[in-house]
Design a protein around this ligand. Structure first.
Ligand code: ADP
Length: 282
């Protein structure tokens, strides 16, 4: 047996659940299921809710799929799971002897969400942090994802229990931070950024949502929430991957469950940059 120091620590994190300062953050990483072969895992995070994180995660999944990649989408925003509705999926998840079967969207994105487990879609998920975190880990391990180029995880907003579990237990290749312009300028995203850095997870870049609106009469771009995001991103030392405007046609498609039909290219530079960076590492 390994020798213990005065605090009772043997230095072997594999047999210990304590979250102490000496712990290697990567030591809590859990393997995915034996039927899965997932090349890259990307977390989509935000400093706070309502900035369009789920829409961004969904759009990146659709764009990577359009680029010919095999893609899965794990809705870990457990207390506000909106992704199945975005893709028009209302069926409950099925299970067989090898695990939980994800739904498949019209274009072939594999999808799992707590909403697909609930009897009533509008019931609130009244679970405490550790239970929610356990459900996310189960989605990572027990869902039969099969072979994927990318698994995109829509993380809950902020830096609480569940995002921490995602960061600690799932081997993320990197995170994308979604922000509104004013949060970026006010550096509210910095906490999400610092959390990733502290856990040794690369920040792939920032996507600014609700950057501007286009006047339907004259076509003028209106920066509703101010500007200055380039210098704020520079201050963090993270690339600003793309800017997405407020586009009512997008929220209409979300509401109608037809999101895969969007024909805008706002996040194409972001999807291409991510694919270029991660596939180069493969
Ligand atoms: P979050 O995941 O950050 O809480 P959501 O992605 O659920 O945010 O977005 C919140 C709401 O705003 C949703 O109704 C979504 O359809 C809408 N929305 C987000 N981004 C845009 C956009 N660029 N244009 C139009 N509506 C948007």
């Amino acid at each position: 047996m390994a020798e213990q120091n005065a605090q009772g620590c043997s230095g072997d994190c594999s047999s210990c659940g304590e979250s102490c300062a000496q712990r290697d953050p990567k030591s809590l990483i859990e393997p995915t299921g034996e039927y899965n072969d997932i090349k890259h895992v990307i977390g989509v995070v935000s400093g706070k809710g309502g900035v369009g994180k789920s829409m961004t995660a969904s759009m990146l999944a659709v764009l990577l799929k359009r680029m010919g990649r095999s893609v899965g989408l794990l809705d870990a925003d457990i207390t506000g799971p909106s992704i199945p509705k975005t893709f028009g999926i209302s069926a409950r998840a099925m299970q067989n002897e090898i695990g939980i079967l994800p739904a498949e969207t019209k274009t072939g994105i594999k999808l799992i969400s707590i909403n697909m487990m609930l009897e009533e879609k509008d019931s609130p998920v009244l679970w405490r942090g550790p239970i929610i975190a356990g459900a996310v880990k189960q989605f990572w391990h027990d869902v039969v994802w099969g072979a994927l180029d990318y698994l995109i995880i829509d993380c809950p907003p902020g830096t609480g229990d569940v995002p921490l579990t995602v960061f600690q237990s799932i081997p993320l290749d990197g995170v994308v931070i979604v922000t509104s312009p004013q949060d970026l300028v006010a550096l509210i995203v910095k906490k999400a950024y610092n959390m990733a850095r502290m856990m040794d997870i690369p920040v792939l870049g920032i996507i600014e949502n609700m950057s501007y609106a286009v006047c339907p009469d004259c076509g003028k771009k209106i920066e509703l929430f101010g500007s200055g995001s380039e210098s704020a991103a520079e201050e963090l030392g993270v690339p600003l991957l793309a800017k997405m405007p407020i586009d009512p046609s997008l929220s209409r498609m979300v509401d109608n469950g037809e999101f895969e039909r969007f024909d805008c290219d706002y996040l194409v530079p972001a999807a291409e940059a991510i694919d270029k960076k991660l596939n180069k590492q493969a």
